[in-house]
Design a protein around this ligand. Structure first.
Ligand SMILES: Nc1ncnc2c1ncn2[C@@H]1O[C@H](COP(=O)(O)OP(=O)(O)OP(=O)(O)O)[C@@H](O)[C@H]1O
Ligand SMILES: [Mg+2]
Length: 178
């Protein structure tokens, strides 16, 4: 697990004991999402990236069973929730120019929804500086379902992500937060 930025603005670390717990963490992030937000998912095969996206989808009002890794198309768009969710999986991205061809910049600047990308390490240079990084890894010396998950918010937009997710830190939350 590695961080692309040496000193993230705001970090939150948790062990998710089950797929459901990973989804629930995503569901706690979702109420804070705004159009244009970018969530970068980092983690090996089977780490739980798509599972996290299912939690986001469910919280946004999109049936989570619609969420599958967009392996060959690279992008799935989920509409019908209270925000569009653009789900990228760039594991099989043929090259950097393919990202531009698929309209990556347009989705970020004018898509009006939330962009979430699996295998963020493959397009690190194309990621905006202001974003939420989510690192997922199997937890060492623990149950095989346990995942260590670190959220690292970069930039003013995500400066309070740790407070949003820390129990008892409600005084730091925005008025619309759950
Ligand atoms: N705590 C957990 N959080 C998430 N997934 C878990 C957890 N424990 C077990 N799993 C299982 O691990 C698998 C994770 O699959 P998932 O598709 O979410 O991973 P991924 O990181 O998207 O993989 P890929 O790189 O292939 O896209 C699922 O089978 C899920 O049930
Ligand atoms: Mg996946």
């Amino acid at each position: 697990m590695r961080s692309p930025v040496a000193v993230p603005a705001s970090t939150f670390r948790v062990t998710a004991a089950s797929p459901n717990a990973t989804q629930q963490l995503a569901e706690r992030v979702a109420p804070h999402l705004l159009p244009g937000d970018v969530i970068a998912l980092w983690g090996d095969l089977g780490a739980g990236k798509t599972t996290f996206v299912r939690g986001l989808a469910r919280a946004l009002g999109v049936p989570p069973d619609r969420v599958t890794s967009p392996t060959f198309t690279l992008l799935h768009e989920y509409t019908g929730g209270w925000l569009p969710l653009f789900h990228w999986d760039v594991y099989r991205l043929p090259g950097p120019s393919a990202l531009a061809d698929l309209g990556w910049d347009d989705y970020l600047s004018a898509g009006g929804g939330v962009t979430v990308v699996e295998w963020a390490d493959r397009i690190e240079a194309a990621l905006p500086r202001e974003r939420l990084d989510v690192f997922l890894a199997e937890a060492a010396n623990a149950d095989e379902e346990a995942r260590e998950i670190i959220l690292a918010g970069h930039g003013p937009r995500w400066a309070n992500v740790a407070a949003w997710l820390t129990p008892g830190a409600a005084q730091n939350e925005e008025p619309f937060a759950c």
